[in-house]
Design a binder for this molecule. Structure first.
Ligand code: ZN
Length: 583
């Protein structure tokens, strides 16, 4: 153990912030042996109750005893709660812990319901996620989502019981009921009716904010006495976060089974020992030698993961993908709104000079005097970028990365290339120019690709007239490409599909794959960033020629791959295609 204690001391000294995760082993370490055992202290306080309920070995088991009436149950509860509020721990383990960590930012996440941490640390620094004996909730939380302070009830009950000989009977009028619904109240601790209301969410939010704040620094996940019974509350999230955050470390102190995940083994310190003894040992060592071991810190503990490997991990573990694509992706596909290059001049040649156009965007926005001229521009663009489209290697790579998983593509690009490449789960935020409509909303949309090709061909031979323009098959009105309509409509079915994908993966490590979306893109980038903030399991992979800054709180789960989009997407697709053992 000596070596591990030394390592723990160094990790503590070297960390920028500490997130404590504590379970029942912490209470046990502090000598609070009355929770699960008929210990002397328990018998001293609950002897009469234990005599009547010999199955209730310890106060926690007493909570689940087979009571003969609500009056008996509440007499016990009042005494149990009063005991929890006032009984001091046997050892000062909590104080030792406080001395060890208080010189840097820390937060405490605990499944313990005894509020013992709250005696030593400020409420803002504690997240109590399995309830708290200081509160009562309604027995019907679906109609009453308030928490009630238990202490006034307990105080009144204790005052009554102090006068009685039989201390296992509380009269009806002292049994707490909800002031709003009149229904019985019950302690706010994990149960099938456990209320996950405002306070519960706030408790989780405190931890989330702490991780967001320190996730990209040397954050230490410090687990104390967490059992294997409920690993989903502390242990597994700690393992996952340590794995995701390249600078993070993980410490597990547990007398039974201090274990870690193989993925983070090199960044774990495991101490098979009583929490109290281990904390005291490291405190002693720290006071003797407050400087970190030179040898330990000579090399950085964690080689920072390459963004490509990070991205690969995120993409591989994702059960679904949300792909966003904008101008940068179009450029890789050959279309650029802002280019004023040979392609632009070749395509619109005569019109460029006639109307003084500088780029494609100006060409579509210019207020031409007639529909015919307007359509000469549209037809050339549609014909060039969409009428003859063949699936590009970029699209093939994207398909390989999707690997048959559920996906949605959210794009501002007008060329309709995703759909033309057979990737048809697409929300086109600005519609597209491949389909046209008249002004009557329910008239069918018309595929314009053939018409555009025809017009470009005709233009070589003669001047176009109104008669050459594509028309609505229902009313005969000249069509407008959807994206140039006064109010481009989103495809409601596609939007519903995207929402469904988001909802179905709200708690899973969905990967957002951003392909060439500009730094300030308000239509796609901002909403996706806000989804990422909302869904803390999601990861974010950014491919961009010149990536902008990543919002601070998303950085721990963001991988940015800078450079040529085509090259980088191809590389990711290659890596994804390899069997995982080869890496
Ligand atoms: Zn029509």
């Amino acid at each position: 153990m000596k070596n591990e204690i030394e390592q723990l001391k160094d990790v503590l000294l070297d960390s920028d912030a500490i997130l404590i995760g504590a379970g029942s082993g912490m209470s046990a370490a502090a000598g609070m042996d009355w929770w699960y055992q008929a210990s002397p202290v328990y018998k001293q306080h609950f002897g009469d109750f234990y005599a009547r309920h010999p199955e209730a070995t310890g106060i926690f088991k007493g909570f689940y005893a087979r009571f003969t009436s609500e009056n008996e149950r509440w007499a016990y509860l009042v005494r149990m709660l009063d005991f929890i509020y006032h009984q001091p721990p046997v050892k000062n383990t909590y104080q030792v812990l406080k001395d060890l960590i208080q010189d840097r930012p820390y937060h405490i996440l605990t499944t313990n319901q005894d509020a013992m941490f709250n005696r030593y640390f400020a409420d803002e620094q504690i997240s109590t996620i399995q309830g708290d004996w200081r509160f009562l909730q309604s027995s019907a939380p679906q109609i009453d989502d308030q928490l009630y302070d238990a202490r006034p009830f307990v105080k009144r009950g204790m005052e009554y019981l102090a006068q009685q000989e039989d201390k296992l009977y509380l009269p009806d009028d002292l049994i707490p009921h909800s002031p709003t619904t009149g229904l019985p109240l019950t302690p706010w601790v994990r149960s099938p009716e456990f209320l996950e209301g405002r306070r519960f969410k706030q408790e989780h939010e405190k931890t989330r904010q702490f991780i967001n704040r320190f996730g990209n620094q040397k954050l230490l996940f410090f687990e104390l006495g967490v059992g294997r019974m409920t690993p989903m509350f502390i242990q597994e999230p700690f393992w996952q976060l340590t794995s995701q955050l390249p600078l993070a470390h993980y410490v597990n102190i547990n007398p039974q089974d201090a274990m870690t995940h193989t993925q983070i083994a090199s960044r774990s310190v495991l101490i098979d020992a009583d929490v109290d003894q281990a904390l005291r040992a490291v405190q002693k060592l720290k006071s003797q030698n407050p400087v970190s071991h030179q040898s330990y810190l000579k090399t950085p503990r964690v080689p920072k993961q390459e963004p490509e490997q990070q991205a690969l991990g995120m993409l591989e573990q994702a059960p679904a993908l949300l792909i966003t694509a904008a101008n940068g992706f179009s450029i890789s596909e050959g279309f650029n709104w802002f280019a004023s290059d040979a392609v632009f001049h070749d395509l619109l040649g005569d019109l460029v000079d006639q109307y003084g156009l500088h780029n494609m965007l100006e060409a579509v926005q210019y207020p031409y005097q007639s529909k015919v001229v307007q359509w000469r521009v549209w037809a050339r663009i549609i014909n060039r970028y969409s009428s003859h489209y063949h699936t590009s290697p970029l699209m093939e790579n994207l398909r390989q990365i999707i690997k048959g998983r559920p996906y949605y593509i959210w794009t501002t690009n007008p060329e309709h290339h995703f759909n033309l490449a057979g990737l048809d789960h697409v929300v086109e935020n600005e519609a597209n120019w491949v389909y046209g409509s008249c002004q009557t909303p329910d008239h069918p949309h018309v595929d314009l690709r053939a018409a555009a090709r025809l017009m470009v061909g005709l233009e070589q031979e003669r001047e176009l007239t109104e008669a050459d323009l594509p028309r609505c098959t229902t009313c005969g009105e000249v069509l407008t490409p959807l994206m140039f309509a006064p109010k481009p409509q989103l495809d409601s079915q596609q939007v519903a599909g995207l929402n469904k994908l988001v909802r179905a993966h709200a708690d899973q490590p969905l990967a957002v794959l951003e392909l060439g979306v500009g730094d300030q893109n308000p239509l796609v980038k901002k909403p996706v960033e806000s989804l990422l903030r909302q869904f803390s399991e999601w990861n974010y992979v950014v491919l961009n020629q010149k990536p902008g800054p990543v919002p601070f709180n998303l950085q721990p789960r963001t991988a940015v791959i800078q450079g040529d989009l085509k090259t980088n997407l191809a590389q990711l697709a290659r890596l994804m295609a390899r069997p995982s053992k080869a890496r």
